[in-house]
Design a binder for this molecule. Structure first.
Ligand code: HEM
Length: 263
C-alpha cells in the first residue's frame, strides 16, 4: 500500500545529513546545499524539456517549461537568504573542516551550465586558470571532481553536441522563424508566442546572473576576503580572495548565455 513516507523515500532523504563537526550551524549548511541540489535536479529536468520542445518547434510548450525553469531558479536563490542568517563566526566553527571540498564540485551546476550552452572554457577550465594560473596542474579540487564526474560530464557534452543546448537550439529557432540575420534583430522583431519565448529565455539569462549575484553576496557575508576552500595539488589554498574570484565569474566574463542581447 502506498504511504506518504515510502512514496517520498523520506527515510533516505531525512537520514542523509552527516555533519563532520559539532558546530551548531553545520546541519543548516548541509540542508541548504542539499535543498539547492534538489532544485537543480528539477531545474535540469525542466530545462531538458524546454530544449526538446524548442527542437520540435513547439513554441508555446517551450515557453511553458522555460517559465517553470525561471521560477525554480529564482525560488532556489532564496536559499541564500536562509544561509545569510548564519553569522561569519558560526561558519568559522566548521569551515576549515570542509577543505578541499567546494561548491565548484557541484556536478549538477556544471550539467546545468552545459545544457544551457555555456562554453566549457568559461566553466571548469576557467577555475583552474584563475586560482592557480602559474601552476601547470592547477587544482586538486577540480581534479577530484573530474575523477568522480568526468565521464558523466562528457556524456552531457555529447548529448549537447548531438541534440543541442538551450543556446544553440533557441538561436536556430529564432533566426529561422524571423528570417533576420542577427540574434538581436531577430529578438527585437519577434511577435506573439515567439516574443513570449524570447522574454523567458532572456529572463533565464538574467536569472543566472541574479543567482550568481546572491551567491557572491552570501559568500561576502560569510567569509569576506578569505580565500575559498578549493585547494591545489601542493595543498595550497587560493591566493586570491574568493569574493574577487566569484566577482570575476560574473563581471569579467559576464557569463551571459546571450551576450548578443546586451550589445
Ligand atoms: C556560506 C555559504 C557559501 C560560501 C562561503 C560559498 C563560497 C564559495 C566560493 C568561495 C566559491 C568559489 C570556489 C572556491 O573557492 O571554493 C564557490 C563556488 C560555488 N558555490 Fe558556493 N558558497 C556558499 C554557499 C553556496 C550554496 C548554498 C550553493 C548552492 C548550491 C553554492 C554553490 C556554489 C557553486 C555551484 C559554485 C561554483 C560556481 C561557479 O563555478 O561559477 N554555494 N562558493
Amino acid at each position: 500500500m502506498t504511504s506518504y513516507w515510502d512514496y517520498l523515500k523520506l527515510d533516505s532523504i531525512l537520514d542523509a545529513q552527516y555533519p563532520i563537526t559539532e558546530a551548531g550551524d553545520e546541519p543548516l549548511f548541509i540542508i541548504i546545499h542539499q535543498a539547492f541540489e534538489m532544485w537543480f535536479k528539477l531545474l535540469i529536468r525542466e530545462l531538458r524539456r524546454t530544449i526538446k520542445q524548442i527542437g520540435l518547434r513547439d513554441i508555446e510548450g517551450a515557453t511553458h517549461y522555460m517559465h517553470r525553469v525561471n521560477v525554480i531558479l529564482s525560488t532556489s536563490a532564496h536559499g541564500f537568504d536562509v544561509m545569510d542568517t548564519m553569522t561569519p563566526a558560526a561558519f568559522q566553527e566548521f569551515r576549515d573542516a570542509l577543505i578541499p571540498a567546494s561548491g565548484t564540485q557541484s556536478f549538477q551546476f556544471r550539467e546545468l551550465e552545459t545544457l544551457a550552452g555555456m562554453p566549457k572554457a568559461r566553466t571548469v577550465d576557467d577555475k583552474k586558470k584563475y586560482y592557480w594560473e602559474d601552476t601547470p596542474d592547477a587544482s586538486m579540487t577540480i581534479r577530484l571532481f573530474m575523477e568522480k564526474y568526468g565521464e558523466r560530464l562528457k556524456a552531457v557534452e555529447e548529448e549537447v553536441a548531438a541534440g543541442g543546448s538551450l543556446r544553440s537550439t533557441f538561436s536556430r529557432l529564432l533566426l529561422r522563424e524571423t528570417g533576420k540575420p542577427s540574434l538581436l534583430e531577430a529578438a527585437n522583431s519577434a511577435t506573439g508566442p515567439l516574443a513570449s519565448l524570447v522574454h523567458e529565455v532572456k529572463a533565464f539569462d538574467h536569472g543566472l546572473i541574479m543567482w550568481r549575484d546572491k551567491h557572491v553576496a552570501t559568500t561576502k557575508h560569510a567569509i569576506a576576503d578569505s580565500p575559498g576552500t578549493a585547494m591545489n595539488e601542493k595543498g595550497q589554498l587560493p591566493t586570491t580572495s574568493c569574493v574577487e574570484y566569484l566577482q570575476h565569474t560574473i563581471t569579467v566574463q559576464q557569463r551571459l548565455l546571450f551576450p548578443e542581447f546586451h550589445e
